[in-house]
Design a protein around this ligand. Sequence first.
Ligand code: NI
Length: 192
Amino acid sequence: MNEQLISEAKRYIEGLFAGHSDGHDAEHSLRVFSNAMKIAENEAECDIEAVALAALLHDADDHKLFDTKDNENARAFLNGHGITGSKADFICQIINSVSFSRNRGRKPETIEGKIVQDADRLDAMGAIGIARTFAYGGKQGRSLDDGIKHFHEKLLLLKDELNTDPARRMAVERHRFLEEFIEHFNSEKQEL
Ligand code: NI
């Protein structure tokens, strides 16, 4: 894997997400990258560089944040680093298979897509997932109860929608912590 390229991709997303602090930020992309690398260690048959770049760039054209079309931001980085044609298309195809809302019930077709999707979903679970839910909810003017509703509609479902065994193992503790958090939240609420 071209380490220089990876550090440049990290710098690119840091610039792109500068000023964002709602859980869809450069830190999220870095954690997804790190999760993806851990999952990929156990999957011999994958294009590790494509996984790394797709993980780092997976939110570079997120419609919640950017008004771009056809993976414009991701392609700008890739093309600027000599990645064009079918290689760039492959990375964008991985990116497009990641989104939870756009792919309900649909599994990515490639192992690379499966890895990056799992890596993104792991970051919506556990303590980080909780922090991100309320950070994003606050920005949208949502209440704490709305946040808890989001747990039931999405976060608690994720463990059963993962694609790979390493991600399923990484998800166990994160899922348990989500459940424990809700239990505490509900019992503290009843004390009102
Ligand atoms: Ni994401």
